[in-house]
Design a protein around this ligand. Structure first.
Ligand SMILES: Nc1ncnc2c1ncn2[C@@H]1O[C@H](COP(=O)(O)OP(=O)(O)O)[C@@H](O)[C@H]1O
Ligand SMILES: [Mg+2]
Length: 252
């Protein structure tokens, strides 16, 4: 089991609020870790620190053995750091396929002069992106709705498009922020299968989710966060059976 993402001694505070307090966390290839904890625990902030939305005050983050904590967001993405967002951030009027094809991170270093003078290269890369998008849509069970406007999908399908977009880079590590929030019905099985398939392909996955059954069914291991700290790590069933943790989860 090889470590893909290693977080060591990560600290972050906003004024008086401690969102990360000496966090150590390792995500390994092929494994799905469930990150649980009450609202405000710092789960989304941890994803923001890892993906580079804001810098940490202290600590290191390595991806496949290389420091990424000083890199810009798009550089981390280019190295295979993928994430979804709690609020979806799709383009509602674009087709599912186009939602996967747009986005600056898919064209790292694209320069204006290239667009003007290297039409062949731009076309080739666009064809590559399109092939990749169709492949990702196949993997996420969305091929049949490739031409559908994102706005016309069910909410569950929209959540899957969020995951599909995250897979457009060569993912090494996938961070999913509440993929099941607001989702009902058979999307449950589809999301489980998609995330398992991604992990099985060697990606290190971390899922934040309040749907405890979803986390228990999906994850190899759970991590419990509270007030910016990792308080416990172990089988999800053990964490949710721990009275001390359930009190923290529901008591505030
Ligand atoms: N950019 C920010 N500026 C100030 N406070 C923030 C910022 N981002 C998050 N916080 C605060 O950090 C705490 C943890 O929030 P968050 O990471 O969203 O928790 P969770 O995802 O576990 O519900 C909250 O108190 C939140 O208000
Ligand atoms: Mg959150």
């Amino acid at each position: 089991m090889s470590a893909v993402l290693e977080i060591r001694g990560l600290d972050k505070r906003f004024g008086g609020i401690v969102v990360a307090d000496a966090i150590d966390l390792t995500l390994s290839a092929g494994r799905v870790v469930g990150l649980i904890g009450p609202n405000g625990a710092g789960k989304t902030s941890l994803f923001n620190l890892v993906s580079g939305i804001f810098p940490a005050d202290a600590g290191t983050i390595t991806l496949d053995g290389e420091r990424i904590d000083r890199l810009k967001t798009h550089r981390r993405a280019a190295r295979g750091l993928s994430r979804t967002w709690q609020n979806l951030r799709l383009f509602p009027s674009l087709s599912v396929l186009d939602n996967l094809m747009v986005g600056p991170r898919h064209y790292p270093g694209e320069k204006l002069w290239r667009l003007a003078f290297d039409r062949g290269g731009v076309r080739r890369r666009e064809a590559e992106t399109r092939r990749r998008a169709l492949d990702v849509l196949e993997r996420t069970g969305l091929a049949a709705v490739a031409k559908t406007r994102a706005a016309d999908l069910t909410f569950g399908q929209q959540k899957l498009v969020g995951v599909a977009r995250a897979l457009m880079n060569e993912s090494r590590c996938l961070l999913l922020d509440e993929p099941m929030a607001g989702v009902e019905g058979h999307a449950y099985e589809t999301m489980q299968r998609v995330v398992r398939d991604v992990a099985a392909s060697g990606v290190a996955v971390c899922v934040v989710e309040h749907n405890v059954a979803f986390i228990r069914d999906l994850c190899d291991e759970g991590v419990f966060m509270f007030a910016g700290k990792v308080l416990a790590r172990g089988p999800v069933a053990d964490l949710i059976a721990d009275p001390r943790l359930t009190e923290l989860y529901f008591g505030t």
